[in-house]
Design a protein around this ligand. Structure first.
Ligand SMILES: [Fe+2]
Length: 129
């Protein structure tokens, strides 16, 4: 289980959305362990394309409502994530789902999300509190 209370930043809406994102990654990892990773991978990617738009917008709205000084910097990181997701999607469309695309996606999602929550989003939460 990827989500745990140490990942809470103390803003209920954002914590809820992070929990949802972690849950989707768990679902993908579980599917991989059961040998259904191929089916789940594209579903996960489409889910993320939609959900991260909502989630990043919610975070960016919070930033604009405060005088958070790193709005542009934070947005750039969100854009990087969105770009990476569409890059992965293109690669999957071209090469199909295989061990390489599955492990690359799993690794990127876990690594990016945990790092981003613990470093960037918690800094934002500290600031708006
Ligand atoms: Fe963020």
């Amino acid at each position: 289980m990827m989500w745990n209370d140490n990942l809470k930043i103390g803003v209920p809406l954002i914590d809820q959305e992070h929990k949802e994102l972690c849950g989707r990654i768990d679902k993908l990892l579980a599917a991989c362990n059961q040998g259904h990773g191929k089916d789940e991978l594209l579903d996960t990617i489409s889910f993320l394309e939609g959900y991260t738009i909502k989630h990043f917008n919610d975070e960016e709205k919070l930033q604009r409502a405060s005088t958070y000084p790193k709005v542009a910097e934070h947005k750039k990181l969100h854009e990087f994530f969105k770009g990476k997701i569409s890059e992965l999607k293109n690669e999957i469309e071209m090469n199909g789902v295989n061990i390489a695309t599955i492990s690359k996606t799993n690794y990127f999602l876990m690594d990016w999300l945990i790092n981003h929550i613990q470093k960037v989003d918690s800094e934002l939460a500290q600031y708006i509190k």
